[in-house]
Design a protein around this ligand. Structure first.
Ligand code: ATP
Ligand code: MG
Length: 444
């Protein structure tokens, strides 16, 4: 077991010293038992928030969720969420309890938690494990605390949380929990999309994400209905041994676990079923599927309320995923400049994963992407001129040359393009006269 941060333990002891029952709970206990360093600390205690504030002074205490009994104590620099033991009343909206009562019982507080592995407490020297969490950690199983049907009825977000923890910890889901989860899928309509999306994005980044999506296609189709037509869709193409969905999931497994790349990979072929055609030889083609996939992905990610930077980054990669990147300095420089360094390497990663997920990739194709990558690194090492910032002439020069308004950007970008592609040297003496010859804005 990993040691807990001594500051979190000191906080528990301070509350206990004041006559309260207090323990570290939830994710930090689970992670410590798994030998992982907890990334944040939750403490549950019998003290009320005002009492916690008084007991924990002189450390700063922020009233983060007073209504739910939560304050954040910053103990010697470590933020710890401290919540009064809670017992939840009936649930009628499949989202949150009708009321929350404070209780003096740690056991009651643990009983309201979602999964056995999340329902353990560390009281400073002893582990409280009422629901078999430790044994589920060893057997690597996600299992509801209590009756799964009831727990998903109470709060449908737990459906996505179960899948998320299964992916994140790479644990299986116990059969009764899995059955209940699938039956409860329609209840997700009661849950705010932002909360679902938060869990979904964490799911997709987990090491077990591919397995979860392939094992629970009904759940995937509920979360991402746009992928449903891809499920079982035979590509009728000798280059593809998998149906569109399986290929997409395998591509996703092949890219780094960042939201942009995982979403782009999962959705990169979502437009294939719409664009499918068969040629005379009975071979399937998907002309224009990149654009169609990008359009569908834009709608999907907007509906999911994914933040705009992630959404737009993923949509751009999807639209370009079959861009022919030939290993010539000119092409590599052009795309490095157009996309920027980060997205350029993301695109390479997506293309590689895409190829690897079709069938055994032809060695020559794999090699060409390795060459593109090596070339791009070489180019970058030479501090090339890839953005307007690097160009030897600027907006002021353009104004001085008599250009105005949009003509300035157009002229500078035209020069940048030629410099980046090696047709012109990045030298003021060369570029200034060219700027003066640039097309002038139309005069009224
Ligand atoms: P991580 O922070 O690594 O995502 P975590 O277990 O801390 O994992 P949180 O979402 O931070 O997950 O929740 C903290 C704890 O609160 C959980 O471990 C669980 O005990 C409880 N919990 C959170 N959400 C729910 C829920 N919807 N239903 C029941 N208990 C929940
Ligand atoms: Mg947490």
């Amino acid at each position: 077991m990993t040691e807990f941060d001594p500051r979190a333990l000191a906080l528990v002891r301070r509350l206990q010293g004041a006559g309260h029952r207090a323990a570290l709970v939830g994710g930090c206990v689970r992670d410590a038992l798994l030998g992982l360093a907890p990334h944040d600390y939750d403490c549950a205690c019998s003290a009320l928030p005002e009492e916690v504030m008084a007991i924990c002074a002189p450390f700063p205490v922020h009233p983060t969720g007073l209504r739910h009994g939560t304050v954040t104590v910053v103990w010697d620099g470590l933020p710890v969420e401290v919540t009064t033991f809670r017992r939840e009343g009936a649930y009628t909206d499949h989202r949150r309890p009708d009321r929350v009562d404070f209780t003096q019982s740690l056991e009651e507080d643990l009983a309201r938690r979602d999964f056995t592995v999340n329902a353990m407490a560390w009281e400073g020297d002893t582990l409280v494990d009422r629901f078999g969490g430790q044994s589920d950690l060893v057997r690597q199983v996600i299992r509801c605390v209590g009756q799964p049907e009831r727990r998903f009825q109470e709060d449908a977000l737990r459906i996505v949380r179960a899948l998320r923890f299964s992916a994140q910890l790479d644990f299986s889901i116990s059969p009764d929990t899995a059955d209940a989860l699938l039956s409860a899928l329609p209840l997700l309509s009661h849950v705010a999309q932002e909360r679902i999306t938060g869990e979904l994005i964490r799911l997709l980044q987990g090491p077990g994400a591919g397995r979860v999506l392939l094992d629970y296609p009904q759940a995937a189709a509920r979360l991402l209905p746009e992928l449903a037509p891809a499920m079982g869709f035979d590509q009728r193409n000798p280059h593809h041994i998998f149906d569109v969905y399986t290929h997409s999931v395998r591509t996703m497994e092949g890219v780094s676990p960042t939201p942009v790349l995982r979403l782009a990979a999962l959705l990169h072929d979502v437009g294939k079923p719409d664009t499918f055609t068969l040629d005379q030889d009975g071979v399937g083609h998907f002309y224009g599927h990149q654009e169609r996939s990008a359009a569908i992905a834009l709608e999907t990610l907007t509906r999911l309320r994914v933040d705009h930077a992630t959404r737009d980054g993923a949509v751009r990669l999807i639209g370009l995923h079959s861009l022919p990147l030939t290993p010539t300095p000119r092409v590599v420089r052009r795309w490095l400049r157009r996309l920027g360094e980060g997205p350029f390497f993301q695109l390479l990663e997506l293309q590689r994963a895409d190829r690897a997920a079709c069938a055994p990739a032809p060695a020559a194709e794999e090699d060409s992407l390795a060459q593109v990558e090596a070339m791009a690194r070489d180019i970058l090492a030479q501090a090339p001129c890839l953005t307007l910032k690097d160009l030897a002439v600027n907006g002021r020069d353009a104004l001085a040359a008599g250009l105005e308004g949009p003509a300035i950007g157009a002229a500078l970008n035209a020069l940048l393009e030629q410099v980046a592609e090696g047709e012109l040297v990045n030298d003021r003496a060369v570029l200034l006269p060219l700027l003066a010859q640039s097309p002038q804005p139309p005069r009224e």
